[in-house]
Write a protein that binds this ligand. Structure first.
Ligand code: PLP
Length: 402
């Protein structure tokens, strides 16, 4: 992961124009996206910015924003949350750092891990736990939809969570890297398991609804005491401002607020102004729904159509796209693992993300995970065309080598 981050940084800094980056996690900043956020920024007076950044604020986040978020989510999901259920954080990554460490480690005589119901999962959790070996993760089963698309399913038989070994469960929904959204049945299974064992189920909605709104198979999320939801403003267009929110039982929010106080005192004041202004005065939900959501789903369709054309003669398939910012592609006939694709791609100044980083050290050969890569949809059509053309040549070369 660290090597990957270094390579991506290098491709962004040195002669970045020569690199084709299909690894990006940054949201796509089109003219429309830029105009939207510029209008939000310009509508906040300099006096207001000065007022808010010149003093410390609440460690849980500004009360006005917490109320605003609670009202928005109540309207969207039919919840009955109040500001007491909302914690504003410096991006959702910092929330997961707190949660993954609070709920893993030694508890009296029990040593607990964070349970990941189905790999591949967001690589950003993998280095977070201060204790080594802090995750217990399961592989999914694979269901083929047709000869070009498959879907990972929770291996429910193999998903036994228990409170002595597991401190919490975590998953991204929609998934980074696969674009999967859980089915209602899978969702009910996890909610019940969390409830039965009395452990938190952490749902990472970094790509979810209502913002950034990139979820095409939404679930009727309920607000239950064991559930912790995380939302982020990053993929809606402001990753550099570092702001996210957690929604949870008020007692957990109060505890997280203390952890946040120790770690960083308070969430970013300017980012909170932006978030509040976007929701209350610039209809953030509408922007996400009408601009961002079609932008990424059109790009997913464009990428699939392009691959159908470019990858003729190659045995490839992809995970069904149900949301998020990525496509997960498998080259089933490859005898090498995705690190080899990654290294070859680098030689051609192309960045893709090798699939193995999303498997948390678990052997994924039984589901063909070693032959998978992730590509980003947050790129221009031109970058996709050029990047996938290079990838096609690399895969052809590797197939001949076998
Ligand atoms: N969760 C997922 C699934 C992500 O993909 C990311 C970023 O790429 C994050 C969390 C972290 O986002 P942020 O800290 O910017 O809110």
């Amino acid at each position: 992961m660290i090597k990957l981050a270094k390579d991506i940084n290098m491709s962004l800094s040195s002669d970045s124009k020569q690199w084709l980056n299909l690894g990006v996690g940054n949201p796509l900043i089109t003219k429309e996206v830029e105009e939207y956020w510029l209008s939000v920024i310009k509508s906040i007076s300099a006096e207001k910015v000065a007022q808010s950044v010149m003093s410390y604020g609440s460690t849980s986040g500004d009360l006005l924003l917490r109320k605003t978020c609670s009202e928005l989510l109540n309207k969207h999901y039919g919840w009955e949350t109040t500001a007491e259920n909302i914690l504003v954080t410096n991006g959702s990554q910092s929330l997961f750092f707190m949660l993954n460490n609070i709920f893993s480690g030694q508890f009296n005589s029990d040593s607990k891990k964070i349970f990941i119901p189905a790999l591949p999962e967001y690589v950003g959790y993998s280095g977070q736990i201060l204790n080594q070996d802090g995750f217990d993760a399961r592989l999914p089963t694979v269901k083929n939809i047709d000869d070009k698309e498959f879907i990972y399913k929770l291996d429910i038989e193999n998903c036994h969570v228990n409170r002595r070994e597991h401190g919490a469960m975590i998953l991204s929904f929609p998934s980074n890297p696969t674009g999967k959204c859980l089915s209602e049945q899978e969702w009910q299974f996890l909610v019940k398991a969390a409830e039965n064992e009395g452990i938190p189920l952490i749902i990472d909605c970094a790509y979810g609804n209502p913002f950034p709104g990139l979820c095409h198979q939404p679930i009727d999320f309920k607000m239950l005491p064991n559930l912790v939801y995380s939302f982020s403003f990053s993929k809606a267009g402001i990753p550099g401002s570092r702001i996210g929110i957690a929604v949870a039982d008020s007692a957990l929010v109060a505890n997280l607020s203390l952890s946040q106080c120790n770690a960083t005192i308070q969430p970013n004041a300017y980012a909170q102004l932006l978030a509040n202004q976007a929701i209350n005065h610039h209809d953030l939900s509408r922007f996400c729904h009408q601009v961002l959501r079609p932008m990424y789903s059109d790009m997913a369709l464009f990428a699939k159509t392009l691959m159908m054309d470019l990858f003729k003669g190659i045995n490839w398939k992809m995970h069904q796209y149900s949301g998020g910012m990525f496509l997960w592609i498998q080259f089933s006939d490859l005898k090498c693992n995705s690190q080899v694709i990654y290294e070859e791609a680098k030689k051609h100044k192309l960045i893709i993300v090798p699939g193995d980083v999303f498997f948390f050290g678990v052997d994924s050969s039984s589901i063909g995970g070693e032959q998978c890569i992730r590509i980003s949809l947050a790129v221009s059509e031109r970058t996709l065309i050029e990047g996938l053309s290079i990838l096609k040549n690399i895969i052809h070369k590797l197939l001949v080598k076998k």
